[in-house]
Write a protein that binds this ligand. Sequence first.
Ligand SMILES: Nc1ncnc2c1ncn2[C@@H]1O[C@H](COP(=O)(O)OP(=O)(O)O)[C@@H](O)[C@H]1O
Ligand SMILES: [Mg+2]
Length: 453
Amino acid sequence: MPPALLNNRYRIIKTLGAGGFGETFLAEDTQMPSSRRCVIKQLKPVANNPQMYNIVRDRFQREAAVLEDLGDGSNQIPRLYAYFSEAGQFYLVQEWVEGETLTRKIDTSGVMSESSVRALLSSILPVLDFVHSKRIVHRDIKPDNIILRQRDGLPVLIDFGAVKETMGTGINSTGNTASSIVIGTPGFMPSEQAAGRPMYSSDLYSLGLTAIYLLTGKWPQELADPLAGEIAWHRHALNVSPSLAAVLDKAIQFSPRERYATAREMLSALQYSGVPISPTPPSPPAGEPTEPTAAVSPRSTQTNTYTSSLGDVQKLAILGSIIGASIIVGLVVARPPQVVVAPIHNTQPRSIGWLRIGAVSKTAGFAYVGDPLIATKQPVTISPPVVPSPGAAVTVTTGVNLRKDMPRKPKYDLPEKVGVLKEGQQIIILKVDYFAESNSAPIAVWAEVGFPN
Ligand SMILES: Nc1ncnc2c1ncn2[C@@H]1O[C@H](COP(=O)(O)OP(=O)(O)O)[C@@H](O)[C@H]1O
Ligand SMILES: [Mg+2]
């Protein structure tokens, strides 16, 4: 047990965890006016001799610099406030992230929905991409090491394995320093990492199994099918769409060559596999804003003016419920860019604006490419009447206004009108986006479009 005041400064409040490399404490900083809370990770060097102590100290110093850099560069990695050594042990002082780990979240609230898991993956993959861009492999991605931050619901990545490796530094038979310890957690760790050769896609493997845990509540060990040599998880997640299952299956391939090579690649596969919409906040029944159809008659030049179908009180109520639904809001914030971006070809048409193309007949979840479009108060405006993929050529079936953008939270007011499309016109889909404004309204589908070149 460390002294009551560590480094003559940090008062320990409680132990948060204890592992083979030391303990993690919640503490308060007595030298900050607010007695700011912080997390202190105590790291015990495995080899305990003076020569090794110096080597470990140097590596610890380097690793602390890396953690400082990572914490400064991402809002979803705790900041490093300080580091020090005392009584032969090393300490990192980090930002305290108030929230709960994914393990705890599943314990208390049960498994997560596909849309929540998609939102979470889309929010954590850019963080991993950033970590990898610094040439760091996290090496211990698992539900215990991701905290859902209470303040905004964003997932925060903790417990970087590199520092633990420092603590395991020893001298091998050739006299070179070497890490004698494999960092990682059995089950979540791919074989190449267990063999001491972690690569970027090792983190994606662990993230894939983390997502599978969130969807099924089952640990990798419970899902392993030793005869088939694979993780048999589909039968525990019957509600998961084939497209998400395919992304996760690719991430957890045994052979790194068959996985996604980069976090970015996995992120775009996720986004192409189904465009997530924000989870629907509880709100009073309210229709989506009506997008008046432009005069269908090609002769008409009449401009339609839009009036919102929502009263101000209703709008405020919706806004209030959005602010109130903390974890849902978190996921709204955490949700990925909702837009599927078409591959950039030289021939890609220039954007002429956004139009409402129809709705899909569900009130929450995802709209997928190929889902049938339905009419609500407003007609389907394209043919074929399905959610198109970026790049698709479609025909306008009902005259419709073009908008500068699509309606967005919190009010869903219609953006400025920039033109009109007429029946029979050919257009190219550039982006597709969705929203469900309330839990009774169907998901409205919008597309940004251009004319064929
Ligand atoms: N920055 C932090 N903010 C809040 N809680 C943390 C933070 N870092 C760690 N914890 C909590 O302490 C536990 C142990 O810390 P961790 O860094 O994962 O160490 P280890 O797994 O090596 O014991 C975590 O699972 C988490 O519950
Ligand atoms: Mg941990």
